[in-house]
Design a protein around this ligand. Structure first.
Ligand SMILES: Nc1nc2c(c(=O)[nH]1)N=C([C@H](O)[C@H](O)COP(=O)(O)OP(=O)(O)OP(=O)(O)O)CN2
Length: 139
């Protein structure tokens, strides 16, 4: 079994804001991340799939195809966007790295399975060089 990864990049604006709370409470919990007029991040997304190399190509999955799939279904939806305002699949959700990576999984898993026998293994999403989450599809 081989684990193979592709890294993609996007930048996006957001703020951490719970609409059920007062502005003061949001500020207290989220600090500068609750800034009313948004802030931005340079995100990196690492998509890892697992499988056995095809005997004819030697590939678990064609990384060019995987890149196109990630860009079409995820990166193009979020790049240069406001995650709170512009991204339908984040509507009604806090724009945290955790919620974002779960939303990406729900989009990518069926798309990968549609083009390849390889399976999605994990997503790693960097919000900053020091803040990142990893998700394996577990509930
Ligand atoms: N569990 C989570 N905690 C936080 C998240 C998150 O998505 N999940 N997000 C944020 C902020 O949006 C943002 O990441 C904070 O940025 P910042 O503090 O600037 O992060 P840095 O790594 O650049 O900060 P350093 O202090 O320089 O390490 C906050 N929490």
């Amino acid at each position: 079994m081989i684990y193979i990864s592709r890294q993609e990049h996007f930048n996006a604006a957001h703020k951490l804001h719970n609409p059920k709370w007062s502005d003061e409470r949001n500020q207290e919990v989220f600090g500068p991340c609750a800034n009313t007029n948004w802030h931005g991040h340079n995100y990196d997304l690492i998509v890892t799939v697992k499988g056995r190399p095809d005997p004819e190509t030697g590939f678990v999955i064609d990384l060019k195809e995987l890149s196109t799939l990630i860009r079409t279904h995820v990166i193009d939806q979020v790049d240069h966007k406001n995650l709170n305002l512009d991204v339908p699949f984040m509507t009604g959700q806090l724009a945290s790295t955790e919620n974002l990576v779960v939303a990406f999984w729900k989009i990518l898993q069926p798309e990968i399975e549609a083009i390849s026998p390889a399976r999605l293994h994990s997503l790693k999403l960097y919000e900053t060089p020091r803040n990142f989450v990893e998700y394996f599809g577990e509930e």
